[in-house]
Ligand binder design. Sequence first.
Ligand code: SF4
Length: 150
Amino acid sequence: MNVLVSACLMGFGCRYDGGVRRLSCLDALGERHVLIPVCPEVMGGLPTPRSPAERVGERVRNCEGADVTAAFFAGASAALELAQREGCRCALLKERSPSCGSSVIYDGSFTGKRIPGEGVTAELLRCSGIAVFSENQLEELLAWIAAQES
Ligand code: SF4
């Protein structure tokens, strides 16, 4: 099965701070499935590194107060297009990101406060029928795939 995966979890240097962190537990997933990397923020035209941004309602602003909503939504659309082109029916996305977060995001105050919520890409994918999981839900993703394949 083709699985859309946040590119930063796969070790691509697309994080807002330019850092590289690879989730080694993806190796097992990659042995049995095709992992399709996606970084909505880069696809939306944002540079790396970039100022951290947080979502509040339907707007996304960076820590300098600039409204970056258009880039985030453009990236979400591009991510959905990629998922549909590659036939991805599920996605494993980075939690807490204003793009990729699937159940927890920051509250927009840039104080580190977390709230229940979704990033704009996670929301668009989910609303388009793609099952979205976070990196904390690898077991749930594997169970979902197994159920689809049985
Ligand atoms: Fe990772 Fe998603 Fe942020 Fe790109 S937009 S760096 S894939 S969390």
